[in-house]
Design a protein around this ligand. Structure first.
Ligand SMILES: Cc1ncc(COP(=O)(O)O)c(C=O)c1O
Length: 420
């Protein structure tokens, strides 16, 4: 049994520097809601994506909200999407994505995925398009690029916009070069375990002026989060930093349980959201969360390089042990996590848990995740998307986040091979 847990979800991006900043911010409550970090973060995001666009000159307007799901709802509203409209979205996604579509008044149409990329199957997309289709959302699942060229061609043919869901990956100078440039719109999330984190937050990048104008009005009219909610967000990395070293002992677990019972830990997906309901309210990105996310964006290359290093390590291990690799995975990808398909994946996760290795990430056993979601409440029927259903039973993901050291990766592989 190892003392320090190997995990996906225990504040994976909150390293020492992140925690020090959260602590500093905690001591300055007058900066929590509004301040210069919001504008600085907006500029830095714009710059990052303009840089990627190279010569094509497709710079984007950036709009910030307190979560990606709110950003997506605001985007759909700004595109005048509503009752009777359909939005294509992949099966094997997080419930908050279809929720945002429903909250905007439209209907999510779930389309099956290609197992090797964990993202939309263009052939299935073609079959799903109707005169009511108003947009396609393509998700770069765990940072594996979706088939953008094919999806762009479909969108152009049918004159509908493409929304790139980049919640799991933010490209840097090293790539992935195809991501974030092809869609009219890009969705970003700065949640706890995303590409970068502000504990919470989301952004929409818009390359269409008419939609940008409406998004601006929605962002300007968004309300401030309560000081209590912001305090909880700032406490989150500190609580996990205290609990993590002792998680292998009962005190770490008891401390987290207590914080959860006292409702100090903010929930990622609420029980209403699990049954298909998103609040129609739009909230501003708090200045404190923007400050945390800005600092992460400034170190994007370092964070992505760390993810690339672990991606390469796992690829080498797969080759050495003869484990099959998804064809969509390349050694230059800064994967948010490293997915594999294994027989008895759930059993393996359960047995690793006894060794303080927690590979449960909320993306297993569900086509619309997490597992406690009722897919029927979102219009998904069993058997609709068989490949997504297969994937979620066989998948096992390995962590690549900044708190996952190279030595943790080696330990994980050693224990994993001993057990299998
Ligand atoms: C693929 C994907 N897109 C969008 C989102 C929305 O992000 P947020 O949590 O910031 O609302 C998530 C969140 O889990 C996600 O996994």
């Amino acid at each position: 049994m190892i003392l320090r847990p190997i995990h996906h979800t225990f504040a994976p991006l909150a390293d020492g520097r992140f925690c020090a900043r959260a602590l500093m911010l905690l001591l300055q409550p007058w900066t929590w809601r509004r301040g210069p970090a919001v504008q600085e973060f907006r500029n830095a995001l714009r710059e990052n994506f303009a840089h990627l666009s190279g010569d094509s000159g497709v710079s984007a307007d950036v709009f910030l909200f307190s979560s990606g799901r709110e950003g997506l709802m605001a985007l759909l509203q700004s595109m005048n999407i509503g009752h009777g409209d359909e939005i294509i979205v992949q099966a094997y996604t997080c419930v908050v994505v279809p929720n945002a579509i429903i909250a905007a008044g439209a209907t999510p149409i779930f389309v099956d995925i290609v197992k090797e990329t964990l993202s939309l199957d263009p052939q299935e997309v073609r079959k799903a398009i109707t005169p009511k289709t108003k947009a396609i959302i393509c998700q770069h699942t765990f940072g594996i690029p979706a088939p953008l060229e094919e999806l762009r061609a479909i969108c152009d043919e049918h004159r509908i916009p493409l929304i790139e869901d980049c919640a799991h990956v933010i490209p840097d100078d090293e790539g992935p070069s195809e991501i974030g440039k092809t869609g009219e719109f890009v969705l970003l999330s700065f949640g706890r375990d995303k590409a970068i984190s502000g504990v919470t937050g989301g952004a929409i990048l818009s390359r269409r002026t008419d939609v940008s104008n409406r998004l601006k009005r929605l962002e300007d009219g968004a309300r401030d989060l309560s000081l209590l909610s912001i305090k909880r967000f700032l406490l989150y990395p500190l609580i996990y930093a205290l609990a993590r070293p002792f998680y292998g002992l009962w005190i770490g677990k008891a401390f987290l349980k207590l914080c959860s019972l006292l409702r100090i830990l903010p929930s990622i997906v609420t029980s209403e959201e699990k049954s298909g309901h998103q609040s129609p309210a739009l909230n501003r990105l708090p200045n404190a969360c923007a400050a945390l996310a800005l600092d992460q964006l400034k170190r994007l290359r370092q964070i992505n390089d760390h993810r690339r290093m672990l991606t390469r390590f796992y690829l080498e291990q797969c080759a050495e042990h003869g484990w099959p690799v998804l064809h969509g995975i390349r050694s230059d990808l800064p994967l948010q996590k490293f997915p594999m398909f294994l027989e008895g994946a759930e059993k393996i996760r359960q047995s690793l848990k006894k060794k303080n290795i927690h590979l449960h990430d909320g993306w297993t056993g569900c086509v619309i995740c997490p597992e406690s979601v009722d897919p029927a409440s979102l219009g998904y029927r069993d058997g609709d998307d068989p490949r997504a259903e297969e994937v979620c039973e066989q998948i096992l993901c390995l962590p690549t986040h900044p708190n996952m050291r190279f030595s943790d990766g080696s330990t994980l592989i050693r224990i994993f091979t001993q057990q299998n």
